[in-house]
Design a protein. Structure first.
Length: 491
């Protein structure tokens, strides 16, 4: 195959010789006419002069051709994935843009420029309407919860996601910038890591990631069956922490995630706000009938059943801060009536919890078949070695263990394949300080037959919610009817 330089040189030479031939033809004709009118000896002198001029012009053109040829870069057409003639015009370009689940800046020659960048946009727009049974409620511990009505629009989750690889396809990166109108920080880094791919058996991550904890929490919020994660998951789940973790498939259809990090929920904390105890969490699951896939809906319409069975264990100790007050990272833990564990008088009048151990165990199962899905998860949380900080004499500084249990269960079925799905779900939390539950019905409309754009409508009846979280919409102590309408878009 000829190079671009050889091809272009040939074109230039043909053009120059053609121009020279035309000029010589017209010059010869003009000389013939002049020879008829000039005296003897004059025509030969005039012809020699014109021939000399033409030779000078050809020499000048040849010089320009040689100079131009030196500036034309050589392009290896065989190595250019988008092919000629486009490669001729981008010979100095190292990357091109394609769409592959996001906008990807992909190298033309990965061996020479091994860098790739992918950009994705995710947006969760929601209407929330809540009709509360009571203006306020009082928990078992005597704490009063305000439970107002709601009628508002919000962006609960917005994500700007950057991912790709650098130096080698096995060295990957991921950065998730979150924006929201319901979170304390409107814009913040949510997830970010560097990973090393060692094959199917193990992928190692370093950065800011999810503490595994529970199945519904491990799955992205984009792929929940309903509007959001359940009340029970919101109550029991861990959160996000800086740490090191690994995941993989060491045996066919057997998966794991193992995590070691700063704490149960340390997303926004600084080093000065952390205690010295780490969190340890692991999850394993088995898909005996083949790949279960992401999420809970069977939008893929599996023609044969697929099943997922798994469990997870998480443990950490929360220590008091240097001033004997509860550590900042402990604020997410609540009792089964919605009271924060570290609130004053939460367990004993005149005291406040300063230290405790946390153990969380969960077991889950799911099935998908021909557009139908059924899934659920059961939780057990054990709070033990609870230390109390008290100024009251003889009040004691220890408290007995606290055990809370709960579950969620849900089912979905596509009324119109890949388009319209009806679902129902419920969840419950029960413990020494009370219980709370929810029951929901709703539908999903997949606008383009994929998860990239999903509209959801859901009505939920809530009784004595022990959970509180701004993104999900649950409020501690709340009872009433919750209406949520939502549009997820991802590209």
């Amino acid at each position: 195959m000829k190079s671009a330089k050889t091809t272009k040189d040939s074109h230039w030479r043909q053009a120059i010789w053609l121009a020279g031939w035309i000029a010589w033809t017209f010059t010869t004709a003009a000389n013939a006419q002049e020879m008829q009118s000039l005296p003897n000896g004059e025509p030969e002198s005039s012809a020699e002069l014109r021939l000399s001029t033409l030779e000078d012009q050809l020499a000048s053109l040849q010089l320009r051709l040689d100079e131009a040829a030196q500036t034309v870069p050589v392009v290896n057409q065989a190595s250019c994935p988008i092919g000629p003639p486009a490669c001729d015009s981008i010979s100095e370009t190292t990357h091109h843009v394609v769409y592959d689940g996001g906008f990807v800046l992909r190298p033309l020659q990965p061996s020479k420029t091994p860098f790739e960048l992918k950009f994705e946009f995710h947006n969760q727009f929601r209407y929330t309407g809540f009709e509360s049974k009571y203006e306020s409620t009082t928990g078992v511990t005597g704490l009063t919860f305000q439970t107002p009505d709601r009628n508002d629009f919000n962006i609960n989750r917005g994500r700007l996601v950057f991912s790709g690889y650098a130096f080698d396809p096995s060295l990957q990166y991921y950065v998730n910038i979150d924006y929201s109108t319901v979170a304390t920080d409107s814009i913040e880094p949510l997830l970010a890591w560097i990973s090393f791919d060692h094959g199917e058996a193990m992928k190692l991550y370093l950065g800011l990631g999810k503490v595994p904890g529970t199945w519904e929490w491990q799955q992205t919020s984009r792929y929940t069956l309903g509007i959001d994660r359940s009340l029970a998951t919101t109550f029991f789940r861990p959160s996000i922490s800086a740490g090191v973790w690994a995941s993989g498939e060491p045996l066919e259809n057997l998966h794991y995630t193992a995590f070691v990090g700063d704490g149960f929920n340390t997303l926004t904390l600084r080093p000065s706000e952390l205690d010295t105890q780490l969190v340890y969490s692991g999850m394993t699951w088995w898909e005996p009938l083949g790949k279960f896939g992401v999420g809970f809906s069977d939008i893929e319409t599996h023609q044969t059943p697929v099943v997922r069975i798994g469990h997870a264990l998480t443990t950490t100790r929360n220590e008091s801060s240097v001033d004997s007050n509860p550590g900042v990272e402990a604020t997410v833990i609540r009792l089964s009536d919605g009271t924060r564990l570290i609130d004053p008088n939460a367990l004993v009048a005149g005291t406040r919890v300063s230290e405790f151990d946390l153990w969380l165990y969960s077991v889950h199962m799911g099935i998908k078949h021909r557009g139908f899905s059924l899934s659920g998860e059961y939780y057990v949380r054990h709070l033990r070695n609870i230390q109390l900080n008290s100024n009251q004499p003889n009040s004691g500084n220890r408290h007995g263990s606290i055990v809370d249990v709960g579950f969620f269960a849900q089912a979905g079925a596509f009324v119109v394949p890949k388009k319209l799905e009806a679902f129902t779900r419920g969840s419950l939390v029960n413990g020494d300080f009370g219980s709370g539950d929810e029951f929901s019905v709703g539908c999903n409309w997949y606008l383009f037959g994929s998860r990239s754009a999903r509209a959801t409508a859901e009505v939920t009846s809530i009784n004595d919610s022990p959970a509180q979280q701004s993104r999900t919409g649950y409020g501690a102590g709340a009872s009433g009817t919750l209406l949520r309408l939502q549009l997820w878009t991802m590209f």
